[in-house]
Design a binder for this molecule. Sequence first.
Ligand code: AHN
Ligand code: ZN
Length: 330
Amino acid sequence: MNTLKIILLACGGILVSCANKGSGETGKAGNNTPQAVHTPIFNADSAYIYVQNQVSFGPRVPNTPAHRSCGDYLSAELQRLGGQMHIQEMTLTAYNGDRLSARNIIASFNPSETQRILLFAHWDSRPCADRETDSSRQHLPIDGADDGGSGAGILLEIARQIGQTPPSTGIDIILFDAEDYGSPEFEKTNSRPDTWCLGSQFWSKNPHVPNYTARFGILLDMVGARNATFLKEYTSMEKAPQIVDKVWNAARNLGYGRYFIDQKGGYIIDDHQYVISGRRIPCIDIINYDTNTPSGFASHWHTHNDNLGVISKETLKAVGQTVLEVIYNY
Ligand code: AHN
Ligand code: ZN
């Protein structure tokens, strides 16, 4: 066989594969071939503005005007983007007995579809900076640009894309409240795991739709910092290993393997635990680990350095595009 023939055969193969792809993906008007929906492009500038807008209200601590105004903003924006809204108002009891007025903000897209994917994050920010070294500043609330702002910001941009280009499955976005009101480290007596994730604990017992379920869920927590590294969180691996694989493979294929590391991470108390145990939905937590710090989280975690200065559009893009890829190819 001569070289020319090999080249011609190779070209033929390429032409055939292109033709097949074309006819399979673009059904002509009038036939019933389902249209394959291409994954939209996640806009990191838009996601960044969503983070910035949340931070601009001030710390989103339950029972404060900033928290109320930011909650109003998030629900109005999700509604504007085409979500069917369910606002779940709750009075929750904090670690110290305080009563917290809180809201879970829920946006459903394509609500009549029975096959659903759940995306969630918390939108409140921590009332104290208990990892701050300067003890005089430990009692002040934090901006929570990364811890709170980033997950909600990415989900708002995902909502904007879903509104423009509906995927084939239904999507529910839940912004949980009062995740970060857990007992502070300076209150030695009240350290209990169930003082965290108060909004998701409430929703898991009282879902917005009776018997609510979804194929799977993805939690975004601390997903905006420069050079973030996402390890495979312990409960996610125990309860939803196939979803971990799907997400980490999508990230690697998109070129985001330096953020989504193929390595096991520790066990983290977070909103996904309650969604898994209460609603039996397999869920994963995409969360930034830093194996070089004593806490296991980034150095800005629960300090006043968790402000807009740590947020990177590149990280927002890596997470947002990866999640879009998973939901549009499910
Ligand atoms: C603890 O491990 C105590 N908390 C992790 C959950 C969390 C706090 N996420 C954001 N802030
Ligand atoms: Zn936190």
